[in-house]
Design a protein around this ligand. Structure first.
Ligand code: CAO
Length: 265
């Protein structure tokens, strides 16, 4: 290096620290009607609130999404047999997912936790309240089902049906959406093969599920064994949860979902 170049290069300690993210450009102010016909619709109150919380969570939480598959062939057989035998409330996949999540949370307590307001302590919860994302005309609502560890699949199915019907018909109170430990977002009835759900802070993880598909597995003597496979997408707060734990948690969920007998009452 020449003496000239060395003289103009500041010492590392003298350089001001970069402030990435704090110097974002303003939101573009564009008159779209200059380019073609448009219609302007105001966002609902719920949509505005959701936008604020989603933006905060996406910007403040370092997200990672871990993807895995669960073999739900036995679960689907059991669920359909129970429905055919005449359950009071039709059983969908969700109550089984809630039971599997509760069991996995018991085995991985760092997933049933929140950072406190200072960000310096992890608060571990001893209760199991699960939020479920529900698509309504008001926007996205997340009712929280309380004490899911003490409820059967049938009880969870009945509660889920009642609260999601209320959410769709009348909306929900803040109390009905508070106190959650972990959220499930099921897009299975719509389709998809995977997505990145946004963590519902101050929770530290969220499970997304998409459409179960038939997939071939090598059976005995190279026979093809068709399995029902459910895609799992677990997003987590990487400040609290590391990748190895996320992989273990998701594999545990898959293991639990493969054995419905252990989840049923
Ligand atoms: N794979 C294949 N089929 C699935 C499935 C999956 N993963 N999940 C549900 N289904 C099936 C159900 O089994 C049911 O079929 P059958 O009648 O043959 O049994 C059908 O789809 C309809 O299920 P459902 O949607 O009525 O019931 P659910 O318990 O699965 O879900 C609820 C309830 C309230 C979660 C759902 O209706 C909903 O609103 N989902 C949207 C969630 C959402 O918007 N998430 C995004 C959040 S981030 O923006």
């Amino acid at each position: 290096m020449s003496a000239d170049v060395q003289a103009t290069k500041p010492a590392v300690a003298e350089q001001p620290p970069a402030t990435f993210g704090s110097d974002l450009p303003a939101w573009p102010q564009i008159d779209f009607s200059e380019f073609g016909e448009v219609e302007t619709r105001p966002l609902s109150r719920i949509q505005k609130l959701t936008a604020q919380y989603m933006s905060r969570n996406w910007v403040m939480i370092p997200h990672v999404t871990h993807n895995d598959d669960a073999d739900i062939t036995a679960l689907e057989a059991s669920r359909k047999a129970r429905n055919a035998a005449g359950e009071a409330t039709k059983l969908t996949l969700l109550p089984y997912l809630i039971k599997a999540v509760v069991e996995a949370l018991k085995q991985f307590p760092q997933f049933n936790a929140s950072l406190d307001g200072s960000g310096k302590n992890l608060v571990l919860k001893k209760y199991f309240n699960i939020g479920v994302a529900v698509d309504t005309r008001f926007g996205l609502l997340v009712p929280v089902l309380r004490d899911c560890d003490r409820k059967s699949i049938a009880e969870l199915a009945a509660e889920l049906q009642a609260i999601s019907t209320k959410a769709r018909d009348k909306g929900l109170s803040m109390a009905e959406m508070s106190g959650g430990c972990f959220t499930i977002s099921s897009l299975g009835s719509f389709g998809g093969t995977g997505f990145t759900p946004i963590v519902n802070a101050p929770e530290v993880a969220i499970l997304g599920v998409t459409r179960a598909q038939e997939k071939p597995r090598r059976g005995e003597g190279d026979a093809i064994d068709w399995r029902q496979v459910l895609p799992l997408s677990l997003s987590y707060d990487h400040r609290v949860i590391n990748g190895a734990d996320a992989a273990r948690f998701t594999a545990k969920l898959a293991e639990l979902l493969a054995d419905p007998g252990a989840l049923e009452d």
